[in-house]
Ligand binder design. Structure first.
Ligand code: COA
Length: 167
């Protein structure tokens, strides 16, 4: 008799978001962010935006994180607009899997660079970006609604340079 494989219920799946995910996307947003929160209306707008890649992470049938990337028509740069992992799902590779998928989606759109902003004091996110090969190249003073400053990060997405594994 063939050996049975262990249950795969905990496996992480990254997929494109759909309208049915809206309520859970808002729930995660509200659990994660104190300011600069996206409303249901904004999520709906991004889901319908042909220049946006809205990706979700799902484990055991539950959405545990999301990322939004914009690829503007006029230049070869993709911009990570948001990445968030539900508090109880952190530290288990969800953020890094979402970021890797966001990079792949941007590369598939022909983007050569991937940029993002992060709060200067957001150590967890900055470490995630630096581990995945991002380099800081500037700052934006008072970038956030509450007056917080941002650091800007960039990574080149040349073919063959984006890998789902860690740098
Ligand atoms: C940043 C965030 C997305 C990371 O998601 P996550 O699923 O916990 O991250 P992962 O488990 O994939 O960790 C990947 C790497 O991130 C870094 N990291 C994650 N959590 C960290 C923490 N609490 N402290 C330091 N580094 C951390 C580590 O480098 C980690 O890799 P390592 O453990 O091998 O060193 C998550 O903490 C989050 O949603 N934060 C709130 C929202 C936010 O700040 N978004 C970013 C706005 S720009």
């Amino acid at each position: 008799m063939p050996k049975r494989r262990p249950a795969r219920a905990e496996e992480l799946r990254i997929r494109r978001a759909r309208d049915a995910d809206l309520a859970r996307l808002v729930e995660i947003e509200n659990a994660v962010f104190e300011t600069d929160r996206m409303s249901a209306r904004q999520w709906r707008h991004h889901l319908a935006n042909p220049r946006a890649d809205v990706l979700v992470a799902q484990r055991a049938g539950v959405l545990v994180g999301a990322a939004v990337v914009f690829s503007h028509a006029s230049h070869g740069i993709a911009r990570l607009y948001s990445i968030a992992v539900a508090p109880q799902a952190r530290g288990s590779g969800v953020g890094q899997a979402l970021l890797a998928a966001a990079e792949r989606a941007s590369r598939a759109r022909g983007r050569a660079r991937f940029r993002l902003e992060v709060r200067t004091d957001n150590a967890a996110a900055r470490r995630l970006y630096e581990r995945r090969g991002y380099r800081a190249f500037g700052t934006k003073a008072r970038f956030y609604e509450d007056g917080g400053d941002a650091v800007r990060y960039e990574k080149m997405l040349a073919p063959g340079r984006v890998s789902p594994s860690r740098p």
